[in-house]
Design a protein. Structure first.
Length: 134
């Protein structure tokens, strides 16, 4: 288990978190928003001082699988957005692999997962009006 802790990350809700609230309000994403990122018997845990009102975890791979496309594009397991103390946000793209050696790590596949998530999901499907072109 890897814990995400960063001095910039909020541990107390001293200001509203509009971006996190907006993400959690997107109806098309509601089934894919969760409090934790787990896959392949591995999980990312949030530091206990980070309140769940200050972060959102989107299961991007589950979103794409739900679209039932002829060919489901590869995507990362989770997109995690966290509100920081300085009113900025940090975004983590997380791909969890349970492999015993680097031989099981396929660079092209991982590259395509990140590319789909950044270009298609973040760049095309999510838009600045707080909705999802899903």
């Amino acid at each position: 288990m890897r814990s995400m802790k960063n001095e910039r990350i909020l541990s107390k809700p001293f200001t509203p978190t509009p971006m996190i609230d907006e993400i959690k309000k997107i109806k098309a994403l509601t089934p894919f928003i969760t409090d934790k990122c787990e896959e392949n018997q591995i999980c990312v845990s949030m530091d206990n001082s980070i309140l769940n009102t200050n972060y959102a975890v989107i299961k991007v791979d589950q979103h794409y699988n739900s679209l039932r496309l002829k060919k489901t594009p590869p995507s990362v397991d989770c997109l995690i957005t966290i509100k920081c103390r300085d009113n900025d946000y940090i975004i983590y793209l997380v791909e969890l692999k349970n492999i015993k050696s680097p031989a099981g790590f396929k660079v092209d596949n991982i590259y395509n997962k990140f590319k789909t998530t950044i270009v298609d999901f973040m760049g095309n499907r999510l838009n600045s009006r707080g909705s999802c072109m899903c």
